[in-house]
Design a protein around this ligand. Structure first.
Ligand code: SF4
Length: 976
C-alpha cells in the first residue's frame, strides 16, 4: 500500500513491507521523503507485531545507508593473496560468465565439487531447489550451527517444534517456563504475548544460567549450569511419574506409551514395536499395526481398538511366545533412577526446588484445566465433545540446543510436555502450519553415492529426516557422501547439515576436496565458525602446487565482513528494503496457532549501485545452466526472474501448491491451493504483504490426531501422508540405529570405530549424559562454563555496520558473578584473559549478579576484526570487543580416540551434528596492568571498491537530513 503527499515540493510516501532486521518478520511502514528512507515504524495492521517495532526494526534506515554496503560485483585482484581483501570491480556479465563456465563444468563432471551453504536467510526452499537441480548434495543452511537440536529433538518426538513451527499459547496458559532463551527469533510477538500473560496474572519462571532478556521480568529465576537441562527434565519426569501426576488420558491415547515392545533380547527386533500380522501396515513409513495390551481381556489387540483400556505397565507374552511390555514401562524404569537429588548434583538446582517445580506443574494441570466447547473427531473415529487443555506452556531455544547432549535433552523436554498433556491443546504448546508433521517427516535425503550424477538433479532434496540406517547418505563402506558428513554414521540425524564443518573438511579433503564453495550471508571467517583463527588460515591455505586448498570461494552478501575478505568473487546482494522475498509455507512461514500465514517483501526503494538480489542470481544461474525446473522443453528459460518464479513454480506439475498460499487461482479467489495468479504479488502488496488463512475451530487443536485436519493437511499440500501423528515418547527410530550398531540387524551397520558411539547415544528413551568435551577437559584447570547470548538490540553479527545500533552495543564484556570474580582477583571493568584448552582471548570483565557462579558469558558477535564491516581500524568493536569463538574447538578428539588414533570428529552432537558451542570450559585471570585492547588482533581489513564512506560521515550527513542524501553517500569514500 502506498500513500503519497507533497509538502513544500517534497514527495512524502509511506510503503508497507516486511522487516528483516532479525528473523521475526514483523510488518513495517517505511516512510520516504523524495525516495529516501526517513523513518520506519511497525505496521498496526499486521497480525504478527500489531504495530510494535523494536530497536533493530526502526534502525533499518542505517542498514539501508550503511557505509559497509557492497555496491558492485568484485573479483580478487590477480596479484593479491586471498584474505587480503584486495578486489577490483567487474560487471555482472563477467561475474555470471565466470560462474556459468565453472559451474557448468562441475555439474557435467562431478556435481558434488560445488557446495552451497547459506546463513540466516529465509529462502531455503529456493536455495535447496537450486542445489537439488544442480545435483549436488553439498547444501545446507545455518541450522546445524544454530538450533538444529531443537528442531530435531522436538520433531522426532512430537512432530513440531518451537518458534516457526509452534510455540506457547500464552493467551490461555497459567504457568510459563522459559528455558535456555535470552532473546528470541519470535521477538516482538513473544514480547507482546509475555506482557499480556503477566498482566493476566500468569506465573513466569525462567530457567537459565543467566537472567537476561525476557528472564529479567520473570517471577522466578532458576539458575542452572549449562549443559545440564536434560537432567532437570528427567528429574521432573521422575516426579510426575512418582506422584502419578501425569495426564493419563492424553498419554494413553495420543502417545506410543501403550504400544507393545518386543523384549526378546536375542531377537533382531528387540526394542521395536510388535506388529499385528493380521492388520494392514498401510504405509511402511508409518505402520498402523502396532499392538496394545487390553488390560481387561488380558490379550494383545490392535492399538486404538474401540473401548479398550490399554495397559501402561507390566510384562506380557504374545501368542507366539514373544515377551512384550508397553513402552511406558521402560520410560518409568528410566525415570526411576533420575531422582531430584541426582539432578541437583548435576544442575546446581536443589532437590526441593525441583520437587516444587514439578508440584506446581501438577497443581496447575489439576486446578486450572481448560475445557472449550469445541467438538472434534480423532483419527480413530472417536468424537470428543470438548477440547481440553492443561495450561502449562514452555518455550526453549538455543541454550538447550547448542550442546553435544542437546538432542537427548530436548527429547526429554518434549516427553515432559507430553506427560503434562500440553501438546496442541489450549494453554500449552500449539503447532503452527504446516506442522505437525509425521514423526519423523517423510522426506528422506539421498541414500547412495549413485544418487549424485553428472548433469542430473538429485532424486530427493539434499536434506531430509532419516528413519532408519537405510536412509543414511553413505557409501558401501559406511563412509560419508556429503562434504559436511551429514547423514553419515558420525551424525546420522543431521537434518540441517553441519555448515560449521564444511571449511575444515574441504581444507583437509575429508571426505574429498571440493572446487567451489558458495556462501550466502554467513560470516564463516568470524562468528559463524568455531576455532576462528585456524579457519581463517584454512580459507587462505595453499597446496604444494600453489593452488588454494579450496580453489574458488564465492561470497554473496549485502555487506563487507570478515568473510568477504576471503572471497575470490563477491556478489553484492540487496537489502530487505530493495527486493522481493517470500516467507513461504514451503519454507519458514509466519503461521499462527489458528492457521497458516505467509508473507512477502516488496521493494520500497530501488537497489543501491549494482546490487542484485541473490534470488535473481540463482534464477539467472539456474536458467543459464538449464536446470530442468527452470527450463522449457525447447531449452529456453522458464522464468524472467524471481517474481515470475514465485508465482508460477509448483511443487509438482499441476499440484496447485506453490510458494505463496494467498490469492491463488487465475482470478485470485483460491486459498492455499490453486492455479498461478499473475497478480499475486499485487494482492500481497495491497494487503500489508501478508496472507492469513484461519482454520475452522474444529481443526485448530490436537492436529496430530485430528481426523478432518489430517485429511485437510494432505489435500492442501502440508503433508504427504495422512496417518495420525502419535507422539514418540519411546523412539523406535533411535532403536533401529542402536540395533544396527550392536550388529543385530542384517542391513547397514556403522564402521567399527563408530559402533560404540552410535549404540551409546541412540537411546530410544531420553537421557542425560555429560557433554562430550568434558571427556577431554581438566575441570580443575578449566572450571567455568562459557556461553554467549544474542542481545535484543542486535541480531548476531548483522548490525555492527549500523550506526544507531552500534551505540547500544559497540563493545562487549565477559559477565561474571562478583563472588567468583573477586576470588580470582578480578576487578569490575578490569582487563582479563579467558583461556580454554583450545585458545586464549583478552577482554574486559563486568560483574553481574544475574549469572550463576560457575558460568561466564558475553554477547554474541559484537567483537569484530579490525577494519571489517568498513569500521575504522581503531573502532571499539575490534579494540574493546572480542569473540568467544577463538576459545571453541571445531573438532573434538575424545580421550579414547586420541589413545586409539581414530579420526577427529566435529565438536557437535553425535546424533544430529548440532554445533556444541556451549560446551567449552574456561578459566579466567587478570591481564597485564597496562592492557588496553582485546586480543587476538588481526591485520586491519582494507576498504573495498565501491565503499560508501564512513560511519561518522554517514551519520552526520543523515542528520543534516535534506535531499540527495543517498547520492552524497555514494560520493563519500573517505574512511575515518
Ligand atoms: S523483532 Fe525483528 S522483524 Fe520485528 S521489528 Fe524487530 S528486528 Fe524487525
Amino acid at each position: 500500500m502506498e500513500h503519497q503527499a507533497r509538502t513544500q515540493n517534497e514527495k512524502l510516501e509511506v510503503k508497507t513491507t516486511t522487516c528483516y532486521m532479525c528473523a521475526c518478520r514483523c510488518g513495517i511502514r517505511v516512510h520516504l521523503r523524495d525516495g529516501e528512507v526517513r523513518y520506519i515504524d511497525g505496521n498496526p495492521e499486521h497480525p504478527l507485531n500489531q504495530g510494535v517495532i523494536c530497536a533493530k526494526g526502526s534502525s533499518g534506515i542505517m542498514k539501508q545507508y550503511s557505509p559497509a554496503r557492497l555496491t558492485q560485483p568484485l573479483r580478487r585482484r590477480t596479484d593479491a593473496e586471498r584474505g587480503t581483501a584486495q578486489f577490483e570491480p567487474v560487471s555482472w556479465d563477467v561475474a555470471f560468465d565466470m560462474l556459468e563456465k565453472r559451474l557448468a563444468h562441475l555439474r557435467a563432471t562431478d556435481p558434488k565439487q560445488f557446495a552451497l551453504f547459506t546463513g540466516r536467510d529465509q529462502m531455503q526452499a529456493l536455495t535447496g531447489l537450486f542445489a537439488k537441480q544442480f545435483g549436488t548434495p553439498n547444501y545446507a543452511a545455518h541450522g546445524g550451527f544454530c538450533s538444529s537440536n531443537m528442531a530435531a529433538g522436538m520433531i522426532y518426538t512430537i512432530g513440531g517444534s518451537f518458534w516457526e513451527f509452534g510455540g506457547p499459547d500464552l493467551d490461555r496458559a497459567k504457568l510459563f517456563l522459559m528455558i535456555g532463551t535470552a532473546e528470541d527469533h519470535h521477538s516482538n510477538p513473544l514480547k507482546i504475548a509475555i506482557s499480556k500473560f503477566k498482566r493476566a496474572g500468569g506465573r513466569f519462571i525462567a530457567i537459565n544460567p543467566i537472567r537476561t532478556g525476557y528472564a529479567a521480568i520473570a517471577d522466578e529465576w532458576v539458575p542452572i549450569r549449562p549443559g545440564t537441562d536434560g537432567a532437570l527434565f528427567m528429574a521432573l519426569i521422575h516426579e510426575l511419574l512418582e506422584t502419578d501426576s501425569f495426564d493419563h488420558d492424553f498419554v494413553t491415547r495420543y502417545t506410543n506409551a501403550a504400544e507393545l515392545l518386543n523384549m526378546n533380547d536375542s531377537s533382531n527386533e528387540f526394542g521395536l514395536f510388535v506388529r499385528d500380522p493380521d492388520a494392514a501396515e498401510s504405509n511402511p513409513l508409518f505402520p498402523q499395526n502396532h499392538l496394545w495390551w487390553d488390560s481387561e481381556a488380558q490379550r494383545a489387540v490392535l492399538h486404538h481398538t474401540h473401548g479398550v483400556k490399554p495397559a501402561l505397565s507390566g510384562q506380557y507374552t504374545l501368542a507366539d511366545g514373544t515377551p512384550v511390555t508397553p513402552s511406558f514401562a521402560l520410560l518409568r524404569e528410566r525415570a526411576a533412577e533420575c531422582t531430584p537429588e541426582w539432578a541437583a548434583q548435576i544442575t546446581g538446582i536443589d532437590a526441593a526446588t525441583i520437587r516444587r517445580l514439578a508440584r506446581e506443574m501438577a497443581d496447575t494441570a489439576r486446578d486450572h484445566k481448560i475445557t472449550l466447547p469445541i467438538q472434534w473427531t480423532d483419527a480413530w473415529g472417536e468424537t470428543h465433545e470438548t477440547v481440553t487443555g492443561n495450561p502449562i506452556a514452555f518455550h526453549a531455544m538455543r541454550g538447550l540446543a547448542a550442546h553435544s547432549n542437546g538432542f537427548q535433552s530436548i527429547r526429554a523436554l518434549a516427553v515432559l510436555m507430553s506427560l503434562l498433556g500440553t501438546i496442541d491443546r489450549p494453554g500449552g504448546f500449539r503447532h503452527k502450519s504446516p506442522y505437525p508433521r509425521a514423526v519423523p517427516p517423510s522426506a528422506k535425503p539421498p541414500n547412495s553415492p549413485n544418487d549424485v550424477k553428472p548433469n542430473t538433479p538429485l532424486s530427493a532434496g539434499p536434506l531430509g529426516w532419516p528413519a532408519a540406517p537405510e536412509d543414511l547418505f553413505v557409501d558401501d563402506s559406511g563412509g560419508p557422501v556429503r562434504i559436511d558428513k551429514a547423514f553419515s554414521w558420525e551424525y546420522p540425524l543431521a537434518v540441517h547439515g553441519l555448515m560449521h564443518s564444511v571449511i575444515t573438511n574441504a581444507w583437509r579433503g575429508d571426505p574429498y576436496p571440493i572446487d567451489t564453495l558458495m556462501i550466502f550471508m554467513a560470516n564463516m571467517a568470524w562468528n559463524s565458525s568455531m576455532n576462528t583463527v585456524e579457519v581463517r588460515k584454512m580459507l587462505a591455505d595453499k597446496r604444494e602446487d600453489g593452488q588454494y586448498k579450496i580453489p574458488f570461494i564465492v561470497v554473496c552478501d549485502a555487506f563487507q565482513s570478515e568473510m568477504t575478505a576471503f572471497a575470490d568473487l563477491i556478489l553484492p546482494d540487496t537489502t530487505y528494503l530493495e527486493r522481493y522475498d517470500a516467507m513461504s509455507m514451503l519454507d519458514r512461514p509466519i503461521s499462527e496457532f489458528d492457521g497458516p500465514v505467509d508473507s512477502v517483501r516488496v521493494p520500497v526503494v530501488p537497489p543501491t549501485g549494482e546490487c542484485k538480489p541473490f534470488q535473481e542470481v540463482l534464477i539467472e544461474l539456474a536458467s543459464r545452466l538449464k536446470f530442468p525446473a527452470f527450463t522449457k522443453p525447447d531449452g529456453t528459460r522458464k522464468y524472467r526472474g524471481y517474481q515470475e518464479f514465485i508465482v508460477n513454480h509448483e511443487t509438482a506439475p499441476g499440484s496447485g501448491v506453490g510458494f505463496l498460499i494467498g490469492w491463488r487461482g487465475k482470478d485470485g479467489s483460491a486459498a492455499l491451493v490453486g492455479e498461478a495468479n499473475p497478480n499475486q504479488w499485487d494482492e500481497y502488496a495491497k494487503h500489508n504483504c501478508v496472507y492469513h488463512y484461519t482454520l475452522p475451530e474444529t481443526m485448530q487443536y490436537m492436529r496430530g490426531t485430528n481426523g478432518p485436519y489430517l485429511k485437510f493437511a494432505v489435500e492442501k499440500g502440508f503433508r504427504k501422508f495422512g496417518e495420525p501423528i502419535v507422539i514418540h515418547l519411546y523412539s523406535d527410530v533411535m532403536q533401529k540405529f542402536r540395533l544396527a550398531a550392536q550388529g543385530k540387524t542384517t542391513g547397514r551397520q556403522p564402521p567399527e570405530h563408530l559402533r560404540e558411539r552410535v549404540a551409546r547415544y541412540f537411546d530410544p528413551l531420553p537421557y542425560w549424559y555429560e557433554p562430550l568435551e568434558r571427556d577431554t577437559t581438566d575441570l580443575a584447570r578449566y572450571p567455568l562454563a562459557a556461553v554467549t547470548q544474542r542481545p535484543m538490540a542486535m541480531y548476531h553479527s548483522w548490525d555492527s555496520q549500523n550506526a544507531w545500533l552500534r551505540q547500544i552495543h559497540g563493545e562487549n564484556y565477559l559477565f561474571m558473578n562478583p563472588l567468583m570474580a573477586r576470588e580470582q582477583g578480578i576487578e569490575d571493568g578490569g582487563w582479563i584473559y579467558v583461556e580454554s584448552q583450545w585458545g586464549k582471548v583478552r577482554c574486559m570483565a563486568r560483574y553481574s549478579e544475574a549469572v550463576e557462579p560457575g558460568t561466564v558469558w558475553t554477547w554474541n558477535a559484537i567483537g569484530k576484526a579490525a577494519g571489517a564491516w568498513n569500521l575504522g581500524p581503531d573502532a571499539n568493536e575490534s579494540q574493546r570487543g572480542f569473540l568467544l569463538n577463538h576459545l571453541i574447538t571445531d573438532e573434538l578428539p575424545t580421550t579414547q580416540q586420541m589413545a586409539s588414533r581414530q579420526p577427529r570428529m566435529s565438536n557437535s552432537d553425535p546424533i544430529t551434528g548440532q554445533a556444541a558451542w556451549y560446551d567449552v570450559r574456561v578459566r579466567i585471570y587478570p591481564a597485564e596492568a597496562d592492557a588496553d585492547h582485546t586480543l587476538p588482533q588481526f591485520a586491519p581489513m582494507q576498504p573495498m571498491p565501491g565503499s560508501m564512506g564512513t560511519v561518522r560521515r554517514i551519520v552526520q550527513t543523515y542528520f543534516a537530513g535534506r535531499g540527495e542524501f543517498a547520492a552524497r553517500l555514494r560520493n563519500t569514500v573517505k574512511r575515518d
